[in-house]
Design a protein. Sequence first.
Length: 406
Amino acid sequence: MGCLQPLASAPPAAGQPSWRVVTGVAVAGLLVASALLGLQFVRLGWEPTAPFVVGTTWRLDEELAARHVPVTVTPGHGYDGQWFLGLAHDPLLHQRLAAGFDKPRYRARRPLQPLVGWLLAGGQTPAIPLALLAVGPLAVALGCAACGRLLAASGRSRWWGLGFAVVPGVVVGVTFGTAEPLALALATLGLSLVLDGRSMAAGMAFAGAGLTKESYLLFAVAAAAWLALAVARSRRARAAAQAAAVLLPGVLALGLWWAYVAWHLPAGAGDRRGVAALGPPLGGWDHALGLVARGQYVPDAPVGPLGAGLLVGSGLLAVGAILLGTRRPTLLGWTGLLMGLYGLVLSGLLLDRFLSSMRALAPTVLAAALAMAAAAITPPWQARTPRPPSTTRERSGSVDGNAKAR
């Protein structure tokens, strides 16, 4: 068999612990997220639809009322949680409820969060709002467990996985009923399954992340690149097959669902505005940090000076992840590098609004934090390039993401 190309001769990191071992981490994450959601209800009132912030501009409240779905209404545009609430009442688009959204096709291309809420509610209309809100804490539990496994494999305590619950974008997603907790949890699950050697299962997890929020398919791209490139030449054919198993399910799922959306919904003028989320590298940061420097940055949430601090800190994490990823070709290093680059091309339209910026930067922040936490255990000159597990190990489900060089 071909040899790998280690950077030095330190022993490899330990394998990931079993899912049973991280059960306590998952339960703790569930409790933290539930407490955050409870605080949001204290702030907004104990009405199940209040956290979704349904506005009056797009008349979604009237559409839901016509379907005998009472909602708490906020004058104005509302916030993005309202679109997930609307889709949860029509997850397969048969009633064309999404046709009245601000960006019909753009919103409908993210079906998994509302579909999971609909399933948890058993399709029963009165239960949908609370079931949809429950997706957030349940996703946090999964994300904390997956992070705990990844960090334990790098030498950290599994309890460091609780950091998933306090990623700012995850907190916003839990408290406003948006998709970031589920998308990020599935992406992190995919990374953990890659290290388990379960490429097909990882591909399904990444596909779920992409169907929750399309930009999260970048996690699959990072994992596939690591599998295909971070091995010796003699093993690249097998690694390429594993990389395809990780990436292709998400690409196919997104393509099929987007075609389905195009068939059911007419295009709207607002759909084209979705591409405004990205811009020239650092252009959005120049705009947002300029506002911070001039004292003109005003968060659209009651967080005070913490808002500017979190924005600046997220930018520093992105830069740090890029620098680290160029020196450490591990799975978490590759992921931090790619998601750091993604964070630098976000537009000023996202970054100058606190809630939107924290949600958009959630994958960058978590990927950077994971890469840095793992790197803090072993200096880069003692790291090894992990070997993708063999086909035999995939079938047995054993873990060996960091095999010794031969």
